[in-house]
Design a protein around this ligand. Structure first.
Ligand code: I3S
Length: 130
């Protein structure tokens, strides 16, 4: 639909393996559980997989057939901030979605975290303008 081009926009903006923990679900604080996740940023959401989907899997656009995401959040209206006050780890990014789901993303590689920050900010700002 040309009037609302990003309402359901599954094209991949960025993907990669990054350390992640969920810290809140619907506004309720959760115990941290850091671990690597394969994260896919699309035109309107952030999708988490337990591991990288097999490269050989026949692709349906960005979503490899047969792989099921562990979770997925809508980024419309989400807030993005440094997570340095929320963790002792370095290079931490804090994401809070409108329904109150909160995540930390972390990489030991600063440029990697900066790239995620930029890509997420671009998607969230674009959704804000729509
Ligand atoms: O923010 P917290 O609660 O100090 O986070 C640390 C704890 O979750 C700790 O687990 P337990 O309290 O369940 O043992 C984790 O092992 C740490 O990694 C958490 O802190 P960092 O600073 O790594 O985000």
């Amino acid at each position: 639909c040309p009037a609302e081009p990003h309402l359901d926009d599954p094209h991949e903006e960025k993907s990669g393996l990054i350390n992640m923990t969920k810290i809140a679900q619907g506004g309720r604080k959760l115990r941290k559980n850091w671990g690597p996740a394969w994260v896919v940023l699309t035109g309107n959401s952030l999708v988490f997989y337990r591991e990288r989907p097999p490269q050989s899997a026949p692709s349906q656009g960005w979503a490899p057939a047969g792989s099921r995401p562990e979770s997925s959040v809508d980024l419309r209206g989400a807030a993005l901030a440094s997570g340095r006050h929320l963790s002792s780890r370095r290079n931490v990014l804090h994401i809070r979605t409108v329904p109150g789901h909160e995540f930390l993303l972390q990489s030991d590689e600063e440029p990697e975290l900066r790239a995620w920050h930029r890509a997420l900010r671009a998607v969230i700002e674009r959704l804000d303008r729509e």
